[in-house]
Ligand binder design. Structure first.
Ligand code: NDP
Length: 518
């Protein structure tokens, strides 16, 4: 049954209160939260701490110890020891089912403490509950998917092939060893799960470097991993700033593979660092998503759908829609409907019922977004919804209004990812013009076509220069299909969430065997 336009709404908060267990975890008996290295909690030799706050109130949730070079060294040593064990009982040697059993035990403990992890996502990450609850479901979904993949894709020897008379050859697939996941702040639980499960299930031991803004969920998952019975050193959590902790990880020759999710600039810089040591890397990076709305689409329905996706996590979603190309014939109606949707988003505190647009993650992001709004006007964009600061009574968060602009072909008003409920609408004369403009961006993460004509939509969607191309949906991600970027949005590697992701966490050697010469 078709959905009525009025039923399509933005993701919305239910009221949320932190459970006592979360409060106790953050309070930690008055001591800063420590890194988790080799099964021990470490304060760090730098004696540096940082505070993690609720972006909707600026209230300090917890103080966290920063890990430096010395702790990264210790973590790499611990992870390497755990990887090889005493020569036969390392993580790499465990039977697949034993690794799966531990991962599923961790999933059960996460589910037992669901409210604590939701509090991490809602209070530390600034998310509305409707999104946070969906994100939480990723933990089980991702673990189960990669457990299936781990059963299907054997490590070790392939079948042999005859290479020449008396010579055979085969491949030997093995985990990298010590693998690091560098995680951004916008989807801490999702991205930790997307990294952690394929990396662990393919036999690697791991370092997790959570974002400085959202360290709590990774630290909590690290504690649960210990309770689940993971051997010491298999999972290490290293909180700290990117330029300190992240840089130390990127520079460490003992780290054999890095899975980076974040902005293209940082990803490119880490790649250059990794190259010096021969460390391999996969990169999942930002986007500036395009949506093309064809003339047969219902402007009211599609404007609401696009508004819903553009506002997912207040626009702080890597693949979401920031550039809209709409057929001139329906442009006025579409713009009026989108304006209405953006203007009616309920701005508020993310843990209060009804909120649809909460605070952005930090003061720097707030400044960046305000600058991007000024730049859009300076480049010739015409404000439809003006943006700027917003007030939420009684809260000191980083609140901003949504912003929407009209533009025209030939004006490049929106060249960079603006991580907010921010979009530009460009009326176009043809599909070809729309596609040319959509593909003119250096990013290439996610794009969509909106039309009643599905075949036409599919044909057009395939022309996007993006890793994920959708028809009448956007931000849809499923296990079994790769989610990765083209252009500056992605790096080497298959993207996440598919069988090739699992293979990315392994390396392959060719082994040749000749008869001993007589
Ligand atoms: P950043 O690139 O700023 O940071 C990502 C991670 O890298 C953080 O943990 C950060 O630490 C760390 N880091 C920063 N500098 C260095 C360094 N020199 N060496 C090693 N690590 C470093 O991204 P954001 O956290 O701002 O996240 C938002 C970005 O992530 C957006 O561009 C978004 O589109 C993208 N993203 C892409 C996804 C995808 O799947 N393609 C999914 C989600 C987000 P710190 O937090 O301390 O700065």
């Amino acid at each position: 049954m078709a959905t009525a336009a009025t039923e399509i709404r933005a993701l919305t908060a239910s009221a949320f209160r932190a459970p006592q267990k979360f409060v106790d975890f953050c309070r930690n008996d008055g001591k800063p939260l420590r890194g988790l290295v080799g099964g021990k909690e470490l304060a760090g030799t730098m004696n540096v701490t940082f505070e993690t706050i609720d972006p909707g109130t600026q209230e300090v949730l917890a103080t966290v110890c920063e890990m430096g070079d010395a702790e990264v060294d210790l973590a790499v040593e611990a992870a390497q020891r755990a990887f090889v064990g005493n020569g036969k009982n390392g993580w790499r040697d465990l039977a697949v089912e034993a690794r799966i059993a531990l991962c599923m035990k961790l999933v059960e403990l996460c589910e037992r403490d669901r409210d604590v992890l939701l509090a991490c996502e809602i209070l530390d990450g600034g998310k509305v509950s409707e999104l946070a609850e969906g994100d939480f479901g990723t933990i089980r979904d991702c673990a189960e998917y990669f457990a299936g993949v781990a059963r299907r894709i054997p490590l070790g020897d392939s079948d042999s092939m005859k290479v020449a008379e008396g010579i055979r050859g085969f491949t030997y697939r093995e985990p990298w060893g010590v693998v690091a996941g560098i995680i951004p702040w916008n989807y801490p639980i999702v991205l930790t799960a997307w990294f952690m499960f394929p990396a662990l299930l393919s036999g690697n031991t791991i370092l997790i470097k959570p974002a400085e803004d959202t360290p709590l969920s990774a630290l909590y998952i690290g504690k649960l991993a210990e309770e689940a019975g993971f051997p010491a050193g298999v999972i290490n959590v290293l909180p700290g700033r990117g330029e300190i902790t992240g840089q130390a990880i990127a520079e460490h020759p003992g780290v054999k593979y890095i899975s980076f999710t974040g902005s293209p600039g940082v990803g490119q810089a880490i790649l250059r660092t990794c190259d010096r040591n021969g460390t391999r890397m996969k990169r999942e990076m930002g986007g500036n998503g395009a949506a093309i709305v064809l003339g047969d689409a219902d402007p009211e329905v599609v404007a609401r759908m696009i508004g819903r996706f553009a506002n997912q996590h207040f626009g702080q979603t890597c693949c979401t829609i920031h550039r809209i190309y709409v057929d001139k014939k329906i442009a006025d109606d579409f713009i009026a409907a989108e304006k209405n949707f953006f203007e009616n988003l309920k701005i508020g505190y993310q843990a209060e019922a009804g909120t649809q647009l909460g605070a952005v993650i930090n003061a720097t992001q707030r400044q960046r977004i305000l600058k991007a709004e000024r730049d859009t006007l300076a480049r010739g964009g015409k404000a439809i919804v003006a943006g700027g600061d917003a007030e939420v009574a009684g809260k000191r968060g980083f609140y901003l209004k949504p912003s929407l602009y009209r533009t025209e072909p030939g004006l490049n008003v929106n060249p960079e990812e603006v991580f907010h409920t921010y979009a530009t609408i460009c009326p176009v004369s043809s599909e070809e013009e729309a596609m040319r403009l959509a593909n003119s961006s250096p990013y290439g993460l996610g794009a969509s076509v909106w039309t009643k004509d599905i075949d036409r939509g599919i044909a057009l969607a395939k022309k996007f220069r993006d890793g994920t191309c959708q028809v009448n949906c956007h931000n849809t991600i499923a296990y079994g299909l790769p989610y990765g970027g083209q252009g500056i949005s992605g790096g080497p590697g298959a993207g996440v969430n598919c069988e090739d992701t699992f293979r990315d966490y392994t390396q392959v050697k060719a082994v040749y065997v000749a008869e001993y010469p007589e």
